[in-house]
Design a protein around this ligand. Structure first.
Ligand code: TXA
Ligand code: MG
Length: 328
């Protein structure tokens, strides 16, 4: 497995990774959200390889990553005007749109569905790799299925070492939370996953949208699991502490900066509570730190504000906790 550090989209190493992808090899590429496990969408065994490398259930479709807004019409058909308006406003960026799949994308990519998810990542090097490959590229978060997404090189190596041909090191990523996914085929459009682009921002461009994460494919599977009993607890810090102290058993706490001294158990911090972008960037590292602790239970503080990133973090924490939510 090769690790590339590519500082410019003009680097010769872009051609090397692009060629590996074209030839059916699996490569991890950075995006502004999380690292993506990428493959040639036209190569059936490469697409199968993605599902195997992640141990991903095959009812969960993959996203086609594009390098140009114009590619929307290569891979999707009957594209609604509202999708074009969203593409103009938010691409390149953390928005994935579900559209009607065109014949150029094999059904396997979309788990047999007549739809396709498209996203243009805001990362020059990855867009250059996609462009140079000359083929449609699918990518999915480069984690083992069910685990937290990877936002650092070391997360990627922990999950993908030996399973891929190459990793492009993009350092610690800018947003740290996966893209907002919106299904543009319903009226109103439905948000299937919250990311840093929130409901109000979308509605200011295309009018009413709904949030319906239960209609997302594979929503019944485990997501963001840390392999421990996890409880998401909303309430004031002192009540939270009392609640954890009454627990008989070993536990750790996921809290915010400055709160660690309230607890005598192991603590992992999500960062500065008043700085949601920082919390977003820290989020998956924090989950992975919790995963490594030798405790059976984790109590997690609930971000109380309703900024788009905090809402995205809350919906992911709910999945980690498997809906185990306590309001004090
Ligand atoms: O930020 C991101 O979106 C990252 C980076 C690597 O681009 N990718 C990512 O991929 O998070 P993945 O596979 O972990 O999540 C994609 C989500 C999944 O929930 C999947 O079910 C949904 O998008 N999705 C993909 N294709 C779809 C389709 N045709 N219809 C409905 N949902 C789809
Ligand atoms: Mg994922």
């Amino acid at each position: 497995m090769k690790v590339f550090r590519i500082s410019s989209p003009d680097s010769e190493q872009v051609d090397i990774v692009a060629e590996m992808l074209r030839n059916g090899e699996l490569c991890v590429i950075p995006t502004e959200t999380v690292y993506g496990l990428a493959a040639n969408a036209l190569d059936e065994s490469a697409v199968d390889g993605i599902f195997r490398a992640k141990n991903r259930p095959n009812d969960n479709p993959l996203t086609v990553h594009i390098c140009d807004s114009e590619d929307i019409d290569k891979y999707a058909k009957n594209v609604p005007d509202s999708a074009r308006v969203l593409a103009d406003k938010f691409w390149s960026g953390a928005l994935t749109m579900v559209l009607e799949r065109s014949g150029s994308i094999p059904p396997k990519v979309s788990a047999g569905s007549p739809t396709v998810a498209l996203r243009m990542p805001d990362n020059d090097v990855s867009r250059a790799i996609i462009r140079k490959s000359g083929v449609p590229i699918v990518a999915t978060s480069a984690n083992r299925s069910g685990s937290p997404s990877p936002t650092t090189l070391s997360h990627v190596l922990d999950d993908m070492q030996g399973r891929v041909s190459a990793v492009v090191d993009g350092g610690d990523l800018e947003l740290g939370i996966e893209s907002t996914v919106i299904n543009m085929l319903t009226n109103p459009p439905k948000i299937l996953r919250l990311g840093s682009i929130g409901v109000a921002e979308l509605e200011s461009v295309i009018g009413v949208v709904e949030f319906d994460e239960k209609s997302a494919p594979a929503s019944a599977h485990k997501h963001y699991s840390i392999g421990k009993k996890s409880v998401l607890v909303s309430g004031e810090l002192d009540k939270f502490r009392e609640y954890t102290e009454s627990f008989k058993g070993d536990f750790a706490v996921l809290c915010f900066d400055g709160e660690e001294s309230f607890f005598s158990c192991p603590c992992v911090t999500l960062g500065d509570k008043s700085n949601p972008p920082e919390v977003g960037r820290r989020f998956f590292s924090a989950l992975r730190e919790l995963e490594k602790l030798d405790v059976s239970t984790v109590f997690m503080r609930y971000p109380e504000d309703d900024s788009p990133i905090s809402l995205a973090v809350k919906s992911r924490l709910m999945k980690t906790a498997e809906n185990n939510f306590v309001e004090l």
